[in-house]
Design a protein around this ligand. Structure first.
Ligand SMILES: C[S@@+](CC[C@H](N)C(=O)[O-])C[C@H]1O[C@@H](n2cnc3c(N)ncnc32)[C@H](O)[C@@H]1O
Length: 405
């Protein structure tokens, strides 16, 4: 893809026009994510406030549809773990779809209210709160959004944001960093919330400097820096972001969890791990009949999360066993941990790939019998099973594309 670089995001580019992403199989393969440029300044803030080379435990609290989570995952080290949470169930499912396609195994997707995180024994090194807000920064792009705006709505948003911040604060480690952002301009939801964070939660500012040429407007509230993106100054839509450090508070101790995990047997592991690049990095558990691979480095933390929160998805959904044979899940097709050399792959051209995504016929004459990873430009799209002169297309029906070229 070609376009001007976004100065504050290494892999970000401005698209010169909006193509039909639905008709690009690479989009469905999770090769890229489309989001608003200003909000990608999160990358520069993260680089300045945490050491991204370390293995961090990160929480994206208000995560759907997944713009920040996909971006954060690409920035964290391979040994880090991201918990990506969304309180609204339908939105959490969209988040899960996007993160499954993104393909990183070190992720747990939860569907909880911020107050539930207090049940955890673990605390996070970094928490991102991309808060629900009055959305003034979107008015230029979506003028209808103005109809929902009122001074009362702004006040309600600010109160809700404070409640979210207060609820999640105990889940942050002492010394940890909380990044707060909105896509609105008013001070009630931005600077006044920073003042509230400082007064009520004793949050402290962190030294952050953005390149003046980028055009972000810096504000400072009780030593806490915030940055506004105003569309006439920054090449992007309206956005606000700030970061604070938690200095006091107590550190929780990770306790053994009572809720048992259902680990796979040695024999089952032999089958379900056969296509992974480094199976020794994972624990294999069974959830109902679905086998899941979890990064074993985070075993206790994941156990704690499983015992206390509502999980939508975690690690890699590998698949189910039918007798001794693996029926692979779509989660495995997208996973960066999948070893394409260990299995039969079948590459499709653009037209064929779109037909596969529509669950329509495509030419499979050259396909091997048995399970095949369907690829487009080498990227995993999903699974197909050839049985002699028939092919079963395992692309999830609810992800099927419904428009014609
Ligand atoms: C600005 S959006 C998040 C966008 C997302 N971070 C991204 O980059 O794709 C705010 C999210 O907060 C969620 N939300 C709404 N009310 C909430 C609450 N009371 N607590 C936590 N999250 C809430 C919304 O459902 C929405 O998904």
């Amino acid at each position: 893809m070609e376009g001007d670089r976004i100065p504050w995001a290494e892999d970000g580019i401005y698209l010169p026009e909006r193509p039909s992403f639905t008709l690009d199989p690479a989009f469905h393969a999770g090769a890229y994510y489309v989001q608003e440029a200003s909000s990608m300044v999160l990358e520069e803030i993260l680089k300045q406030v945490v050491n991204l080379k370390e293995n961090l435990l990160a929480l994206d609290l208000c995560a759907a549809p997944g713009g920040k989570s996909t971006h954060i995952q690409s920035l964290l080290s391979d040994g880090s773990l991201l918990v990506s949470n969304e309180v609204i169930k339908t939105r959490a499912n969209i988040l899960a779809e996007n993160l499954t396609k993104w393909g990183f195994p070190n992720v747990v997707i939860t569907n909880n209210d911020p107050s539930h995180f207090d049940r955890l024994n673990v605390q996070f090194d970094v928490i991102v709160v991309d808060a629900p807000c009055s959305g003034e920064g979107l008015f230029r792009r979506e003028p209808e959004a103005m109809n929902e705006w009122s001074p009362e709505a702004v006040k309600l948003c600010a109160t809700r944001q404070q409640r979210i911040l207060a609820d999640i604060w105990p889940a942050l480690k002492p010394g940890g960093v909380l990044i707060y952002s909105t896509c609105t301009y008013n001070s009630l939801e931005n600077e006044e919330n920073l003042e509230w964070l400082s007064e009520q939660l004793d949050a402290e500012g962190i030294s952050i400097n953005l390149n003046d040429d980028w055009g972000f407007a810096e504000t400072e509230t009780r030593g806490i820096k915030g940055f506004h993106a105003y569309p006439h100054k920054v090449k992007g839509e309206g956005f606000f972001i700030a970061a604070v450090r938690k200095n006091d508070g107590f550190e929780k101790k990770l306790r053994k969890q009572k809720k048992p995990m259902n680990f796979a047997s040695k024999q089952e592991i032999g089958t379900v791990s056969q296509w992974l690049k480094e199976p020794e990095q994972f624990d294999f558990i069974k959830h109902n009949d679905l086998f899941i691979a979890l990064p074993n480095q985070w075993k206790e933390v994941i156990h704690d999360i499983n015992s206390n929160l509502y999980i939508i998805s975690e690690g890699i959904d590998i698949g189910r066993l039918k007798g001794k044979k693996l029926i692979p899940n779509e989660g495995l097709a997208f996973s960066t941990a999948l070893d394409h050399n260990q299995l039969s792959t079948f590459e499709l051209n653009l037209e064929e790939a779109l037909n596969y995504l529509r669950k329509e016929n495509f030419n499979f004459e050259a396909m091997n019998n048995g399970w095949n990873l369907i690829t487009y430009q080498g990227l995993g799209l999903g699974w197909a099973n050839r049985i002699q002169q028939r092919v079963n297309n395992y692309y999830p029906t609810n992800w099927r594309i419904r428009i014609s070229s």
